[in-house]
Every structure is written in C-alpha cells, then in structure tokens.
Design a protein around this ligand. Structure first.
Ligand code: NDP
Length: 336
C-alpha cells in the first residue's frame, strides 16, 4: 500500500514537508479481515485539528501515522461470507491505497441505491452533521430565516436545503462568484452572498430584512460575527465548525470580542450550542438515512462534488479545502 503519513505538525497552512509518502507491505489477511482497495478518500476540515497537538475533542495523530479519514473502498479479498470481492464499502482507512481491516468495521454500500461517493458527503458524515445540527439545535420553523456559511460545501449546502424542506428561508454565504451563483441556481438557496465582497456586511443586512433566526456556524471569523449581529430574539446558533481559524497561528482578531458576544447572547436570548456529530449518531441515524435518501432521490436536496484524481494530489487538495478552493464535497479518487 502507498500511504501519506504525517511527518510534522503543520504551523499554519500545511506544507508538503509536513507529510511523507511511503510504500509498505500490508500484513497478511487474518480470519475476520478484508483486504480493501480505496476508490475515494474523503477530505474534511476536521483533519486539520488532528494534525495539531492543541486540546480538542479527539486525540491528535502521532507523527508517522497515516492521515486518517473515511474512504469508499472495494473489497479485494475477504475471509468472511458477508463481504465479497467487488463489494463497495464505507471504511475508515485514511490516506492510503490499500488496507487490511476487521470486516466488522466496514459498512456495505448499495451502488444501485446511490452513487457510492455520496456515502462520504450528502448521505454520509457531512450530510448527517447538517441534518442533526440543524434539526436538533437550529430547529427552523416555517418562514424563519436560516443563514449558513461555507454554503457550497457538503455541510452548508445540506443545511440550506433542509431548511428549505422545513419551509424556512435559506441565506447562503460562500467565497467567490461561481459558488454564489451555484447556491441560488443549483442548490435552491433564496439568497447567496459573497463573503469576500467589500459590501458583504451591507449585503447581509439587505438579505436578512427580518433578521436571522438560525445561524448554523461553520466558519467563525468576521463572517460569523457579522451574522451574529443580525440575530433575532430567541435565535439559535448550532456551532458546528470554525474553519476560518483552523490554520491560525495566533489568537484570531475579533471586532465583536467576548464581551460583545456575551452581550448579544444575553440581550437577544440566544441559544448557542456546540456539537460534534457523533453525539447524535445513536438517536438520529435512522431518521437521517430515511429522510435524506428520500430528499436526495426526489431532488429536494442536491449535492456538489469536487473530485481530485490521485493520492499524490491529496495534500494540495487539502490546502485548498481550508482556503475555499473546493466547490462541493472534496474527494480524492484513486484509479480502479
Ligand atoms: P467545506 O467543503 O465547506 O470546506 C470548508 C469551506 O469553508 C471552504 O470551502 C471555504 O468556502 C470556507 N471557508 C474557509 N475559510 C473561510 C473563512 N475565513 N471565512 C468564511 N468561509 C471560509 O467543508 P465541510 O462542509 O466539510 O465542513 C464545513 C464545516 O463543518 C467545517 O467548519 C467543519 O469543520 C465542520 N464540521 C463539523 C462537524 C461536527 O461534528 N461538528 C462535522 C463535519 C464538519 P468559501 O469559499 O465558501 O469561503
């Protein structure tokens, strides 16, 4: 197998020298195991957190570890009856071409039901994050205004479209004209805003004449602060991600500041609630699979994918993810 391993904890934006590519022999297949060949690697912002020793909700990678992550793989060899060569499965094998894993740790995918890559995006962890975070914490009601940034990404695009399914108004924020156009033309947002525009704060005001009832926080930074200032009384803020800060090397600047933030929380009776999607897995997986599969099938939730070919391009693609170069769910495709 060829693997990308962490060679150093990155300072700021990850550099090529923070990673090393090695080719090693795989262990022999034991009873209960399967040999997998990766077809798609999922690249996700949370991986940046694992490349840091800063305290977080999960242990960091050690130097020399294969970069972690979910994958869609093909079974090449199997020692168990319920996984056959040729089966496609969802696994957690990280940035490598092949792996030997316990067959109980992979979930079989039905390529007839949905394209296998969706198991890493709209029908997988990012879609689930949007579904559980928005419905459980955001609780959008009909006619309310829901705002989300990183709106062209897999989490944000699902948030906006689920909000629409629930009868709310969806305002999406993304970087650049192309993404902004996709939000309204392809993904059904009512309004889309470019956070890089010099008129962003005014555009946001104009786009939210009745204020904001739900702000699904994916990014933090100046975008997050601008939206928080627009919150209505009893507004809900599911705090899902802070991607604007993931490469930061010092404490980020804040115009609002902690006192300003707390003042908003108090005077507008806001509910600000962070979450890691795992917490909702036991309670929301069944409903998610049923509803989201239905919404994707009937076209009420659409999805974009950004597919990069070749393991050797994973690091560059990952840098792009943190700076907004991806359009839709970022995947690395490996040759058949
Ligand atoms: P995306 O594909 O949306 O990628 C991240 C996007 O963030 C970029 O494409 C970029 O889009 C945007 N972005 C980056 N920097 C900034 C900035 N300074 N200001 C505004 N936008 C910025 O990723 P995902 O959909 O996979 O993830 C979205 C968020 O959800 C992330 O914060 C992630 O960490 C979080 N998450 C949290 C989970 C949880 O359990 N809590 C689970 C899964 C994801 P643009 O060009 O539009 O700026």
């Amino acid at each position: 197998t060829t693997q990308i391993r962490l060679a150093a904890y990155p300072e700021g934006e990850p550099k090529d020298s923070d990673f090393e590519t090695v080719t090693v022999d795989l262990p022999e297949l034991q009873e209960g195991e399967v040999l997998l060949k990766a077809r798609y690697l999922s690249l996700d912002p949370y991986m940046r957190g694992r490349m840091s020793r800063a305290r977080s909700y999960a242990a960091p990678l050690e130097i020399g570890d294969v970069v972690l992550g979910q994958t869609v793989c093909e079974v090449v060899e199997s020692t168990v009856d319920n996984r056959r060569p040729g089966d496609l499965v969802l696994a957690f094998t990280g940035w490598q071409t092949h792996a030997v894993v316990d067959a109980r740790h992979v979930r079989r995918l039905d390529p007839e039901a949905a394209p296998p890559s969706t198991a890493l995006g709209v029908l997988g962890m990012p879609g689930f994050t949007a579904y559980a975070g928005l419905l459980e914490i955001g609780r959008p009601a009909e006619g309310e205004t829901v705002v989300v940034a990183a709106a062209a990404g897999p989490v944000g695009s699902a948030v906006g479209q689920i909000a629409k399914v629930k009868g709310a108004r969806a305002v999406g924020i993304a970087g650049g004209e192309e993404k902004v156009r996709l939000l309204t033309d392809e993904l059904g947002f009512d309004v889309a805003l470019d956070h890089r525009s010099p008129t962003f704060a005014d555009d946001l005001k104009a786009a939210t004449p009745d204020g904001v009832d739900v702000y699904f926080e994916n990014v933090a930074g100046p975008v997050g602060e601008a939206v928080l200032r627009r919150m209505n009384t009893y507004g809900r803020v599911p705090v899902c991600g802070l991607v604007a800060n993931y490469n930061a090397t010092s404490a980020p600047d804040s115009a609002l500041g902690f006192p300003g933030f707390m003042n908003l929380v108090l005077t507008r009776s806001l509910t600000v609630r962070g979450f890691i999607q795992d917490e909702f897995v036991p309670t929301h997986t069944e409903d998610f699979r049923r509803e989201m599969t239905q919404w994707v099938a009937d076209g009420s939730v659409r999805y974009l994918e950004d597919v990069v070919d070749g393991l050797e391009n994973a690091v560059e693609a990952f840098r792009g993810l943190l700076s907004g170069r991806n359009v839709g769910k970022l995947l690395v495709r490996l040759p058949d």
